[in-house]
Design a protein. Sequence first.
Length: 253
Amino acid sequence: MNAPLRLGVNVDHVATLRNARGGSYPDPVAAAKLAEAAGADGITAHLREDRRHITDADMARLAVELTKPLNFEMAATAEMQALALRRKPHAVCLVPERREERTTEGGLEVAGEKARLADFIAPLREAGSRVSLFIGADPRQIEASAEIGAAVVELHTGAWCDAHHAGEAEEAARLLRELREGARLAHGLGLEVHAGHGLTYDLAREIARAPEIRELNIGHFLIADAVFVGLEAAIRRMKAAMAEGRARASADS
Ligand code: PXP
């Protein structure tokens, strides 16, 4: 019997839509509550340095109003560390951030920054947050994450999803193999393995077959499909796709 697979719903793009008009709706905290009711196992929000979607006030409300675990995504900066230490979220996921990017494009460089990141995560761990590092499925980055004491690695699925959508079947198959090998390595080193970025129903179903992966974090596709079917239905469909993939993982093994 494989371990269950959790869904973290990322509400950043509800805030993107709100900020397009500068008003108060749609409210990402209301969306997070609806997601909880629809079966999300946790809520993820990324407070970017430029505050392009989630704001400090959103994060403050998410930290106190949710009933499911909050995963606070942030860059490894002193400002964000101070905010996370104040809010003490269930989890902190460190991501690389560049102002000009449209979304989090690559994984975090851990291997080249072990000492700095070890110092950075120590107080977060002491405050009780589970620290997750968003990395590519690269053995160097995975091993470095284990060495510096991260509890979790989240494997960046974006390149695989892009190759799949571009119809590059061989490249997609290669990247999927890399993700699956990375998940096995990380699990073997005692890390909890999460994955996310660019996932759709079909791709979530596929990656759910990797039994070492315990959580998927999904935002853009869910909010996009919610335009057509509603957020609650989109989340239910995603959970069903993940469960189908997980059932095939049991059949694979
Ligand atoms: N996980 C991490 C660490 C991310 O930075 C993002 C994007 O904000 C996601 C998951 C979700 O990606 P998407 O919005 O493409 O589903």
